[in-house]
Design a protein around this ligand. Structure first.
Ligand code: URA
Length: 200
């Protein structure tokens, strides 16, 4: 599909490539700077993102914003998206608990991610957690073992992976959570080394 990111976004809004559209509110397409050198790829929209129609605006997004800020990266200069663009959830009482997307859902959504990478043309694509890493680096990739490894791509960009910001929130409050946040922030800070120098 040729065209602009805005055109792809409009087509993706009607995506029926898997069944997740039936139970979610809307397609949550990526957003941010459309010429970004850095693209961050999460897993799938959470509850808040599904309702707002924007990626990373809930609790995990707040962790991401804080880590980006502490790493000296302006979120406005980054493009943020997800491997799967509809929320997958199961009811738990009155709450919607997110469920991990399966391989078929990740594969069905992959063309949208490929269009985003092609049109934004980032220098560095960062997978946040296992689902994004599975989408872009294959099912054998293990974030726990291969966090921070850099994989050059034929198109010229590199792909790397770190943990998902929600994993920081799963750590117990206190020293453990602080350490997880510091490690996540440090991973983001190191990414800057792969980016072209930014104007002062
Ligand atoms: N988790 C994700 O992976 N993506 C979002 O947009 C929100 C939470």
């Amino acid at each position: 599909m040729a065209g602009s990111l805005e055109q792809v976004r409009l087509v993706a809004a009607g995506c029926r490539a898997c069944d997740l559209w039936r139970t979610s509110t809307q397609t949550v397409f990526g957003e941010g700077y459309e010429r970004a050198d850095l693209m961050l790829v999460g897993a799938q929209p959470g509850d808040k993102e599904d309702l707002a129609g924007r990626p990373f605006v809930g609790p995990a997004g707040r962790v991401l914003d804080r880590a980006l800020g502490d790493a000296g990266i302006d979120r406005g200069a980054v493009y943020v998206t997800n491997a799967v663009k509809h929320l997958k959830w199961e009811a738990r009482g009155t709450r919607r608990l997110h469920q991990r997307p399966g391989a078929a859902e990740i594969a069905a959504c992959r063309p949208w991610l490929d269009h985003e990478i092609e049109l934004v043309a980032p220098k560095v694509v960062v997978c946040l957690g296992a689902t994004a890493a599975q989408a872009l680096l294959g099912r054998a990739f293990k974030v726990s073992r291969q966090r921070g490894e850099v994989f050059p791509q034929p198109a010229g960009h590199v792909i790397t992976a770190t943990v998902h910001p929600a994993s920081v929130l799963r750590a117990p409050v206190g020293a453990r959570r602080d350490a997880e946040l510091a490690a996540f922030t440090e991973d983001l800070r190191r990414l800057v080394e792969h980016l072209p120098p930014q104007p002062a």
